[in-house]
Design a protein around this ligand. Sequence first.
Ligand code: ATP
Length: 222
Amino acid sequence: MKRIGLFGGTFNPIHMGHVQVIQEVKKGFDLDKIFIIPSALPPHKETAGLIDALDRIEMIRLAFSDDPDFVVSDVELKRSGFSYTIDTVYHFKSILPENTELFFIVGSDAFLEVDTWKSFKDLFLLIPFIVMYRAPAEQRNTVLQWKNLGNYIKFRISDRYKYSASRSGYIHDEKQPVFLFEVTPVDISSTEIRERISKGHTIRSLVPEIVEDLIKTKGLYL
Ligand code: ATP
């Protein structure tokens, strides 16, 4: 039985924060493979400044070119209209063997908006979540943050979720678990990278070197 993670985002562009934490999740949850799924039209994000999906895909491919366990998926790019996670999860459930264990990986900032996602209640019936929590260096108060996530899960998703210390997450008698996973904080965002490029500042060490080369060669984000 394979354990597979789905990691969605705009990846505009992919950066060292994404690369670092997704490797930690793979190890922490003993996943066999992770699909990185760039969204075509994210329903919850400002799309000005979103570059061509093919360039975002190419950067992700380059970032993981030495590790075949990370695979870029263009499923959201092939669909027309907005990219909804629920459709993506149904897609993977339909193409993977039935005994595959699937996990949806998401940062805590994105997770805290999950109640605005299409059919979010159904999503919690379909797939366990791995919520990556990153504490800013100056206030590493994990317990407090996890309490906030816990309150959100109970108030917005279902009050029948209960914390299980042994499973490091919230479990439910009908819905899928929500695991909380602390990752090394890497204070990088795609927004910062786009801003730095437009101001002519270096992005060295914020993205993999091979990605930086492509951004320069193609003049992306200028
Ligand atoms: P932007 O700055 O354009 O909003 P972003 O850097 O947050 O972009 P996304 O493509 O939106 O990148 O992120 C995809 C996923 O990765 C989200 O679940 C997000 O929470 C997570 N993520 C983004 N940056 C980091 C980081 N530095 N550390 C851990 N997780 C991250």
